[in-house]
Design a protein around this ligand. Sequence first.
Ligand SMILES: Nc1nc2c(ncn2[C@@H]2O[C@H](COP(=O)(O)OP(=O)(O)O)[C@@H](O)[C@H]2O)c(=O)[nH]1
Ligand SMILES: [Mg+2]
Ligand SMILES: [Zn+2]
Length: 291
Amino acid sequence: MPDGLIVKAFSNFFTTEIDGRRINLQLPGKFRQSGDKAYAGDRVVVELDGNEGIITEILPRKSLLQRPPIANVDNVLIVLSTKMPGLSLGLLDRLLVLIEDENLKPIIIINKIDLLSELTEVNQIIEVYRDIGYPVICTSALSGEGISKLKEALSQGITVVAGPSGAGKSTLLNAISPDLNLATGAVSKKLKAGRHTTRNVELLKVEGYGFLADTPGFSNLDITSVAKERLGHCFLEFRDLSLNCRFRGCLHKSEPDCAIKERVQGDIAEWRYKNYLSMLEEIEEWEERRY
Ligand SMILES: Nc1nc2c(ncn2[C@@H]2O[C@H](COP(=O)(O)OP(=O)(O)O)[C@@H](O)[C@H]2O)c(=O)[nH]1
Ligand SMILES: [Mg+2]
Ligand SMILES: [Zn+2]
């Protein structure tokens, strides 16, 4: 039996790509009864009968992103812009926490660099994230600057694009592959409003780069699903340092001899620590209300 990749999930219908062909399949009731679901990004074994068929097996998945629901994501592109909307480090750090919590590998893109008279305005920020270990690429979807670097950084597989509305996600994807012809600007806002109401996901095939999901991606930036003990782990530069905290399970807040607090402004950027504290507070408040 052939296997295929689900590229589109719409209620119980799954558009599946099998040897370059697209076939609409349904998930038999026995899966639903056992609570197994299928998602865009899943590899499935199918039983074909002409142009129809059924899914007989969902192959083991490496990962499952919750919002948007996509299985087996290989890359996450975080697209921010220098201006319109301005660079929000709070949003960036939140996205990074969600991505680290899912054990995914992000690429940070700072788009609209054509709107800066000098790159020095963002250089310090870029250095901080590069030192942590994140790839950062500066682009202008308008002038084409950085697009070839971005293409090089994209590996095969499934790529999800995240970031605030208006940062240039769709314009960048069009620059990578003009065939995509995605709606940009004001037009896309209307489309998005419609799309938000559904949980349908579509993976777009990009010749040479696998599949891209241009969803409102991580539009719900709720971090309360992250356990407070795990939050520090989602700040990569805290990981090794926190071994030197006096207490195991130190939350780096008010504990004595905290190695993280000691390094703020040194190895740790002040805004990263502040963003950590405000997320921690949010998680603690949510946990208190819950119990
Ligand atoms: N100046 C400038 N404008 C851009 C750039 N990339 C996108 N835009 C504009 O920003 C607006 C929003 O872009 P869009 O791709 O729809 O953003 P999305 O909501 O993230 O998908 C559009 O009017 C684009 O033309 C860029 O690199 N430089
Ligand atoms: Mg868009
Ligand atoms: Zn500590």
